[in-house]
Design a protein around this ligand. Structure first.
Ligand code: FES
Length: 158
């Protein structure tokens, strides 16, 4: 093999690895259970720049922060991974919070919210926006958290 061909073959492998390699490995390492909610780490040292702080088991969330402002709208929802929870505005200024761990097999990152229902696309379970399971394979409800609201600050007790 001449030098030029050898170089191109080597460069092609490097380019392929560079373009596919990093995303491939990130994809493999980001499993559904890879999320480590703050409350599992006893990490009370959260920067307020993220729009929330953690006080014991209570998440204090600023709805005017860009990370959470979608929750000011009826039907707005947010998968808050650091808190390990799903948040949804169900109207009349009511925000609900649920554990993002699906009671079927624990998937945390495959949630959709349509027609006022949460759908876990891991295996297709469906829950109302009150957390009640309405379609399997899950056979129990989402764990719900207490939410209190004072204007644009909510506190979620986990
Ligand atoms: S983990 Fe949610 S449906 Fe299976």
């Amino acid at each position: 093999m001449n030098k030029r061909r050898k170089f191109l073959k080597s460069a092609g492998s490097t380019a392929l690895f560079t373009s596919l390699g990093s995303s491939f490995f990130i994809g493999c390492s980001t499993s559904e259970e890879a999320i480590n909610p703050d409350n599992n780490n006893n990490n009370n040292n959260v920067s307020p720049d993220n729009g929330y702080s953690l006080d014991g088991g209570n998440y204090i969330i600023e709805l005017n922060h860009s990370n959470f402002s979608i929750l000011k709208n009826t039907g707005g929802w947010y998968r808050f991974d650091r808190g390990g929870m799903l948040l949804v505005n169900v109207g009349q200024n009511i925000i609900r919070a649920f554990s993002s761990s699906c009671p079927h097999a624990g998937c945390r990152t495959s949630w959709r919210y349509t027609n006022n229902n949460f759908n876990c696309t891991c295996h297709g379970a469906v829950f109302t926006n009150e957390g009640t399971v309405i379609s399997g394979p899950a056979n129990s409800d989402l764990e719900s958290y207490n939410v209190t609201r004072e204007e644009d600050i909510i506190t979620v007790s986990t």
